[in-house]
Design a protein around this ligand. Structure first.
Ligand code: CA
Length: 240
């Protein structure tokens, strides 16, 4: 599939916005109404649960501070009901929280306050991810800035030089591509690639990531295929 297809994301048909601040909810609804056919709203966790079970949204934007649920709890409850992308709206910028939220099933974060442009970009990014997560499995060939990655032939040529990836590096690359657009914590990568219970996963992931980037990034000192999400982990964004 052409990487160009990944630059334009599909717009969601229906979105559920969960926010208890009435003014902010109005702003969010108006903004998202420019790209979504249906915008449904909820201002409590109980409403959000009802919406998820009765109307099956394509994507959810979720405030974490609700009158009847706070922190990762609302996220976990909704994640138990739906597989669609959940973008968390948070006032918390704490790095530890971000990792905990990823592990609890968040697909992306927006730190309040955020502009309309960022909101729309994040929503589109998640829709793109969910639409291409299957396609990405066969995202066989990536050619960008002097680097060619062929996942099926297991071949990487970087600036004319064939690169030899270890089985672990292939597994890491495949895991990242499979979850294109989504930030993965070192813990998640560890579970996906190593499937071991014990070990210093943070160090393992970091070391292998460094090696992988040297082989697949056009410029390893400025990664742009596999970007670092500060305090969270890594995200495969593919060629721009
Ligand atoms: Ca709130």
């Amino acid at each position: 599939m052409s990487p160009a297809l990944l630059t334009e994301g599909p717009d969601p048909g229906s979105i559920l916005v969960v926010e208890d601040d009435a003014d902010l909810l109005t702003v969010l609804t108006n903004t998202l109404g420019t790209i979504c056919r249906v915008v449904r709203t909820a201002s409590t966790l109980a409403d959000a649960i009802r919406e998820c079970t009765t109307h099956a949204p394509d994507i959810v934007v979720l405030d974490l501070g609700l009158p009847d649920g706070d922190g990762a709890d609302p996220l976990r409850r909704l994640r138990g009901l739906t597989d669609v992308p959940i973008i968390v709206l948070s006032e918390r910028a704490e790095e530890d929280d971000k990792v905990a939220l990823l592990d609890a099933g968040a697909d992306d974060f927006i730190i309040k306050p955020c502009g309309a442009e960022e909101l729309l970009a994040r929503v589109r990014g998640q829709m793109r991810r969910s639409a291409t997560s299957i396609a990405a499995r066969s995202w066989a060939r990536i050619i960008t800035d002097g680097v060619e990655i062929d996942l099926i032939a297991q071949r990487v040529v970087r600036h004319g030089e064939p690169q030899r990836l270890t089985p672990t590096e292939w597994a890491l690359l495949r895991a990242l591509v499979l979850h294109s657009g989504r930030a993965l914590s070192p813990r998640q990568l560890w579970d996906l690639v190593w499937a071991r219970e014990f070990g210093d996963f943070a160090t393992h992931v970091r070391v292998h990531m460094t090696h992988l980037r040297r082989k697949v990034e056009p410029d390893p000192s400025m990664p742009r295929l596999i970007i670092t999400e500060p305090g969270v982990g890594y995200r495969f964004v593919g060629p721009s």
